[in-house]
Design a protein around this ligand. Structure first.
Ligand SMILES: C[S@@+](CC[C@H](N)C(=O)[O-])C[C@H]1O[C@@H](n2cnc3c(N)ncnc32)[C@H](O)[C@@H]1O
Length: 283
């Protein structure tokens, strides 16, 4: 069972499910297209909320429930943890075995790293151009490499991605700019940018003339979490034609934890994503 919580978890799941329903209505009018749902961080299918007080269905089980106007043709669930992957299999079986042959036959569940499978999916879509994909990438931390995202260029994918701006990027950006080599490497891998560019983006360097010569001070820019969200949105804009407004997720003290956004090559898909996100801003 996955444990995490808060209204934003529910809001995020509602966004992706609402979007998936709208997506399937549109794809239903394009009978030549095959639909694939890709979930890169699938979890067990069940989520404990309110410190275990309540168990709710996770996104994977909610997506499998969609039947009207049609279900997805294929589902691909990626989960790195062996036990959680087995739990997802068991939860799908217990919900659908003997009840829905389509789900049982077409839900593929793999134990793997999301990065590898994003690249495999890109290769699959290049060879199978009738497939259109809705991808959901929902990590806890900075585990999605930019290389995996850039592999998705020019493909028929609508990608919803949770970007750990406050809980990830900002934590590595130390106040005085003295960031360890391993953290800089992490930032480079995550953002797909060289470290100097990252430093220039998030820090201000000032040279002050003092009695004893020049003194260089490095200060972190203001609103770096928002800047990180804007930067990731811009980076996605180099791979996809359009990127939605982000749904900004905050904790109980109003600090930003994540930016959740959708990237696509289809203008109508962008409009739908923005419509779906809009009411959730009021959280
Ligand atoms: C936030 S939870 C997923 C919740 C799920 N998306 C939902 O809405 O029900 C993240 C899951 O990703 C798994 N995970 C962590 N790193 C991973 C990776 N690199 N590739 C695939 N799965 C990973 C974790 O074991 C965990 O179950």
């Amino acid at each position: 069972m996955n444990q995490f919580g808060g209204n934003w978890t529910e809001a995020k799941m509602e966004i992706i499910v609402e979007y998936a329903k709208a997506y399937l209505i549109i794809m239903n009018k394009q009978p030549w297209a095959k639909t694939l749902y890709f979930d890169g961080f699938a979890g067990s299918g069940l989520i404990e909320v309110d410190e275990g007080e309540e168990v709710v269905k996770g996104t994977s089980l909610r997506i499998l429930e969609i039947q009207d106007p049609k279900p997805f043709d294929k589902y691909y669930f990626v989960e790195k943890d062996e036990k959680i992957k087995a739990a997802l299999e068991a939860n799908i079986q217990s919900n659908y075995l003997g009840k829905n042959a389509h789900v049982i036959q077409n839900a593929h569940i793999v134990q793997a790293d999301c990065n590898t499978k994003l690249i495999d999916m890109a290769n699959f879509l290049k060879e199978n151009n009738k497939f259109r994909t809705l991808a959901f990438v929902d990590p806890y931390g900075m585990s999605v490499n930019w290389e995996s995202i850039s592999a998705l260029k020019n493909l028929g994918i609508d990608l919803w991605i949770l970007v750990p701006t406050g809980l990830g990027v900002n934590r590595l950006l130390k106040k005085n700019g003295d960031i360890s080599d391993s953290w800089l490497t992490k930032l480079e891998t995550f953002l797909g940018l060289p470290r100097q560019e990252i430093k220039d983006h998030f820090y201000k360097t000032q040279v002050i003339n003092t009695l004893f010569g020049e003194e260089i001070t490095v200060n972190k820019e203001k609103r770096t979490i928002t800047k990180a969200g804007d930067l990731y949105k811009k980076r996605l804009g180099n791979v996809f034609k359009f990127v939605s407004e982000p749904f900004v997720m905050r904790n109980s003290t109003n600090s930003i934890m994540y930016h959740f956004m959708m990237a696509t090559n289809n203008r109508s898909a962008l409009n739908i994503a923005n419509e779906v996100i809009k009411p959730k801003y009021r959280l």
